[in-house]
Design a protein around this ligand. Structure first.
Ligand SMILES: Nc1ncnc2c1ncn2[C@@H]1O[C@H](COP(=O)(O)OP(=O)(O)OP(=O)(O)O)[C@@H](O)[C@H]1O
Ligand SMILES: [Mg+2]
Length: 567
């Protein structure tokens, strides 16, 4: 008997499904792309348990006749191309005719569709690739696809699913991408009845960015618009002042199709360099328009990557585009107020507790760094010197002691946060004018889930509708403390799920909060601030180590110094 056998269609479909359907988010992406290809202007997506038990996509597109509804779940059945030549410059998201059969082969699948022609609707029920029922259905024109129990018949794949939160987040990301590509369509995503995305049709990319990420993000972006005779690069790049080293979002589109390309992102960063602090990474939304034949979209199973004919030229254009967008900022310092759409929204609170002390309406209670009574110099500590705006140096009987100001402060805040988390009252300052912070949906979810620990360290927050929260009170670990930036960074950290599943959640939270709230390297400190820092550090349980296990203190022995001088 021969060893080789041709696989049954069902098994072949399941194998093929592995390429298209990796996780719930891939199903969401494929179904929403189909809805867009069907001309839908209104798409809603519902998830249950992160898409494990249900993914449902409802559209108001052109729908299907009964015959097409049956063909749609056959492999290589597509209405979008007829021959290979049609692939050049293909404008639809789909063209392979494999998404629906792949999805139907690994789930309990139900398709309900009614064509615009007015013919009657059809329901097709498929289980693990086997058609269980085909029957008439009553529905307005459009299509609803329900995918239940994904991977129910492929346990090996089911095992690879990540936490519910992670799968939900991937679905949010998939919709975000398509929502940025298609302003002419309204999208709504709910997860176990929580609304995560709800954006109406938008008149501009800025409006869509605002709907997805919050007003502040939208208004902190600078328009990019660069054209050559053969291509254009349009979109937005984050203002250098707002860019952070981590947590940025980069979205690329070519001819309306989302794709991933780290080299183009890097090209954009090259254009950004010089305008921003080294190491910061800007968020960006960049749309390329290139001639159809200059890009091949059929190179990746999930169509996440594309191949360009002239990549070098393209990278140069993206770099140029970003540099061009930023240069007016440098040459015209007055742009910030009068720049129309690019003017940044300050939220009206202007709360930045800088060294100048309390601003109008902001009460600063005594804090760690507040000037203390004269003469409280820690025993054994003499003159203090700050070097590189980063280390504090002092002389002791044994030699010289160097203290890393950030690490030391981190340790102090960490220990006091741990005490607060374990029941001590937090010192917080009430704000007369609350700070409003726009979050993305993951951040909002994370902030709500961790509101208890945030409150313990002094952040008093209240939902304000949409994805905005109001911060009524904040901790006040030092006068240079930027409560808004700290809260935003914490929200980003919390959304990255660095704490949730860990048993030592409080510990992790306190460490992150310490890191975000501490004075940074590069900040000039006054003599009393330095003194307080040292006193605080030596009052800690574990002064010599920061929360990451690095040293806070480095000593240079007098003998060593003398040896070096040959004394
Ligand atoms: N929501 C929908 N509304 C109307 N027609 C649809 C919808 N979803 C799928 N179809 C029809 O079913 C066909 C098969 O869909 P499927 O996603 O499997 O393939 P495709 O979109 O053509 O290609 P790809 O595999 O690249 O996505 C489509 O070509 C389209 O004609
Ligand atoms: Mg498709």
């Amino acid at each position: 008997m021969s060893k080789i056998e041709v696989l049954s269609d069902a098994v072949a479909d399941q194998i093929a499904a592995g390429e298209v359907v990796e996780r719930p988010a891939s199903v969401v992406k494929e179904l929403v792309e189909n809805a867009l290809d069907a001309g839908a202007t209104d798409i809603s997506i519902a998830l249950e348990t992160g898409g494990r038990s249900l993914i449902r996509v409802i559209d108001n597109g052109e729908g299907m006749e009964r015959e097409d509804a049956l063909l749609a779940i056959e492999r290589h059945a597509t209405s979008k191309i007829r021959n290979a030549a049609d692939l050049v410059g293909v404008a639809s998201y789909g063209f392979r005719g494999e998404a629906l059969p792949a999805i139907a082969s690994i789930s309990k699948f139900e398709l309900e569709t009614t064509p615009r022609s007015g013919s009657e609707g059809t329901r097709v029920v498929v289980s693990g690739g086997r058609v269980d029922a085909v029957e008439p259905a009553v529905r307005q024109s459009g299509t609803t696809i329900s995918v239940r129990r994904i991977f129910f018949n492929t346990p090996a794949r089911r095992k690879f699913l990540r936490s519910q939160a992670a799968e939900t987040r991937a679905c949010v990301d998939a919709i975000t991408l398509l929502a940025l590509a298609r302003l002419d369509v309204s999208f709504k995503l709910t997860s176990d009845d929580r609304v995560l995305i709800d954006v109406p049709q938008a008149g501009s990319v800025a409006e869509r960015i605002g709907g997805l990420f919050g007003r502040e993000m939208a208004e902190g972006m600078i328009p990019v618009d660069h054209q050559t005779p053969t291509l254009s690069v349009r979109g937005y790049i984050q203002r250098p002042a707002d860019a952070r080293p981590t947590g940025r979002k980069a979205f690329l589109f070519v001819n309306g199709r989302p794709f991933k390309d780290p080299f183009l992102v890097r090209a954009a960063e090259t254009g950004f360099r010089g305008a921003a602090t080294p190491g910061t990474k800007p968020s960006m939304v960049l749309s390329l328009e290139v001639p159809g034949e200059a890009v091949d979209v059929n190179v990746h199973p999930a169509k996440q990557e594309v191949r360009f004919k002239d990549r070098y030229f393209l990278e140069k254009c993206v770099e140029e585009a970003v540099r061009g967008a930023l240069s007016p900022v440098e040459s015209a310092p007055g742009w910030e107020g009068g720049g129309g759409t690019v003017a940044r929204w300050h939220g009206g609170t202007g709360f930045h507790a800088s060294g100048s002390g309390a601003q109008d309406g902001v009460e600063l209670p005594p804090s760690f760094f507040a000037p203390e009574e004269e003469g409280t110099v820690a025993p054994g500590i003499g003159e203090l010197l700050q070097v590189f705006n980063t280390f504090i140096v002092c002389e002791t009987s044994e030699g010289l002691t160097f203290i890393d100001q950030h690490s030391a402060h981190e340790r102090i805040i960490f220990e006091s946060a741990m005490r607060q988390l374990e029941g001590d009252e937090a010192v917080s300052q009430r704000l007369l004018i609350p700070i409003t912070v726009d979050l993305n949906s993951n951040e909002l979810e994370a902030v709500e889930a961790h509101s208890d620990v945030l409150a313990s360290v002094g952040f008093e927050i209240e939902p304000f509708g949409g994805r905005t929260v109001m911060v009524h009170a904040t901790p006040n670990p030092h006068p240079r403390f930027d409560a808004k930036a700290c809260f935003e960074e914490l929200a980003t950290d919390l959304a990255r799920e660095r704490f949730g599943s860990l048993p030592n959640r409080l510990h992790r939270f306190a460490a992150t909060y310490g890191c975000r709230a501490a004075v940074k390297a590069g900040q000039k400190l006054s003599a009393s601030e330095m003194r307080n820092l040292l006193v605080g550090l030596f009052a800690c349980d574990l002064p010599p180590h920061d929360v990451h296990g690095r040293p806070t203190i480095v000593r240079l022995q007098r003998e060593e110094l003398e040896r070096k001088f040959g004394r």
